[in-house]
Design a protein around this ligand. Structure first.
Ligand SMILES: O=P(O)(O)OC[C@H]1O[C@](O)(CO)[C@@H](O)[C@@H]1O
Length: 376
C-alpha cells in the first residue's frame, strides 16, 4: 500500500532532540578532530571555524565544482539556520562545506586529501584480527546454513561490536537478542540463486571488514554470481567508505590470506565491482535515485543497504509511526531491498506492535539495537 501522507521530515529545531545534539555538539567535535589530525593552512582553519560560527545556510562559493547542484538543492533553505532545515539535509550540507574548507575538491595541494583519513587509518583491522577472520571464514563453510546466515548477518550488522571470530556463542546470542526486527531468514533466502547483489557500504575500517567477509562468502559458496560494492565518491559522515578505504583494507590482509587474494582477484575479474555515484554525497533520499543507480538496483537480485544513514535515506528521514510498514515505505525502490542497520537515530519503521514499549527510552540513539528488514 503506498504511503500517501508521510509525516514531516525531522528537523533540529527542538534543542532537546537528538538531531539538535548532532548539529550543536557532534559537528564541532568533528571539526576539532580534523584540525587536530591535519596541519591545515590558515585559510582552511578559518573556513572550518566559520562553518561553526554561523549556522546560516548559504550557497556554495562559486568556485565549488558542484555549486549549481547545491544552488538547486539549497534553494528552499538559503537564509535559514541549519537547525531549521531538514536534519538530513543539514548534515549533508555540513559535510559538503567541510570538504570545501579543507580544499578536498579544489585544485591545489590538499585536493583529494581525506580530512577523516587519520581516523579511518586508526580503525583499520590489525593482522591478528585479519588472520582470525580468515580462519573463521573457512570454518563457516562447514556450518549448517542457518548458522552461516546468522553469523554473517550479525557480523555485517554490528560491525565492530560483532564477534568477528564468528564464535557462535555468547556474542552471537547477544547480537540476536538486540535485534528489534529480524528478517535474517528472508535475507538469506534472497542471497542465493546466482544473480547480482548490490551492497551499499556504510563505514570503512572494522565495519567494512565483515561486509568483505560476507561478499567473499557469497561468491565463494556460489550463492551469487556477482557483487557490486557501492562506496562514496568523497569523504562523508566521517567514516564512510571510499574506494581508497576498500583498497587500504584489502592491502591489510596478510600476503598469504586467501580471503584477501580472492577479493583482489574478484575485483580484477569483475565478479566484484566497485561502484560509486555523486548521488551518494548528495542531500537526497533513495526515492530520488538517478537513473543509473535505479537501473543497477532494478537489475539486482537484492540490494543491501548498510548502516543508519542509508536507512534514513531509504525510508525517508521522517517522524514515522514505528509500526508503519517497511514494505509500504520502500515500495518505490526499484528492486528487492534489505536494510542492515544499527539504530543510531530517531527514524524507525516496520516495528511489530508493542515492541517499542519494552525498549529503554534511549533505544533509538544508543546504538545498542539493530534491525534487519527486507522487502522481497
Ligand atoms: O554510520 P551510520 O550507521 O550510517 O550512522 C551515521 C549516523 O550518525 C549520525 O550522523 C550522527 O550520529 C546520524 O545522524 C547518522 O544517521
Amino acid at each position: 500500500m503506498p504511503v500517501d501522507a508521510p509525516p514531516p521530515r525531522i528537523r533540529s529545531d527542538d534543542p532537546a532532540s537528538f538531531a539538535a545534539s548532532v548539529l550543536r555538539d557532534r559537528h564541532p567535535a568533528i571539526v576539532a578532530r580534523v584540525l587536530a589530525d591535519l596541519p591545515l593552512p590558515a585559510a582552511a582553519r578559518d573556513g572550518l571555524a566559520g562553518l561553526l560560527q554561523d549556522p546560516t545556510v548559504t550557497p556554495l562559493p562559486r568556485d565549488a565544482h558542484d555549486h549549481e547542484d547545491w544552488d538547486r538543492w539549497g534553494e528552499p533553505y538559503f537564509g535559514q539556520s541549519m537547525f531549521e532545515v531538514p536534519f538530513l539535509w543539514a548534515e549533508n550540507y555540513f559535510y559538503r562545506r567541510l570538504l570545501h574548507a579543507t580544499g578536498y575538491h579544489e585544485p591545489g595541494p590538499w585536493r583529494g586529501i581525506d580530512p577523516f583519513g587519520p581516523q579511518k587509518a586508526a580503525d583499520l583491522p590489525g593482522e591478528d584480527e585479519l588472520r582470525a577472520v580468515q580462519e573463521s571464514g573457512d570454518a563457516l563453510l562447514h556450518l549448517p546454513e542457518d548458522e552461516q546466515a546468522s553469523a554473517l548477518v550479525a557480523a555485517a550488522l554490528w560491525g565492530n561490536r560483532a564477534d568477528l571470530g564468528f564464535q557462535l556463542a555468547h556474542g552471537l546470542a547477544q547480537a540476536q537478542a538486540d535485534l528489534v526486527a529480524d528478517d535474517t531468514e528472508l535475507l538469506w533466502k534472497r542471497l542465493a540463486g546466482g544473480g547480482t547483489v548490490c551492497v551499499v557500504a556504510d563505514n570503512a575500517g572494522r565495519e567494512l571488514l565483515p561486509d568483505l567477509v560476507l561478499i567473499d562468502f557469497l561468491l565463494r559458496a556460489g550463492r551469487v554470481r556477482r557483487v557490486e560494492l557501492h562506496v562514496k565518491p568523497a569523504p562523508y559522515f566521517v567514516s564512510d567508505a571510499l574506494t581508497a578505504d576498500v583498497l587500504a583494507e584489502l592491502r591489510r590482509f596478510p600476503a598469504d590470506s586467501a580471503i584477501g587474494r580472492r577479493l583482489w582477484a574478484a575485483l580484477r575479474a569483475g565478479t566484484l565491482e566497485l561502484v560509486t555515484d555523486p548521488f551518494y554525497c548528495a542531500p537526497l533520499e533513495f526515492a530520488q535515485l538517478p537513473a543509473g543507480l535505479a537501473a543497477r538496483f532494478g537489475a539486482a537480485t537484492l540490494t543491501i543497504l548498510k548502516g543508519d544513514l542509508n536507512y534514513r535515506r531509504l525510508v525517508g528521514d521522517r517522524s514515522w509511526a514505528p509500526e508503519t510498514s517497511f514494505a509500504d515505505v520502500t515500495g518505490y525502490f526499484p528492486g528487492p531491498v534489505a536494510a542492515l542497520r544499527t539504530v543510531k537515530s530517531d527514524v524507525v519503521v516496520g516495528l511489530a506492535a508493542g515492541v517499542e514499549e519494552r525498549l529503554p527510552a534511549s533505544w533509538r540513539t544508543s546504538g545498542a539495537f539493530a534491525m534487519v528488514q527486507v522487502r522481497g
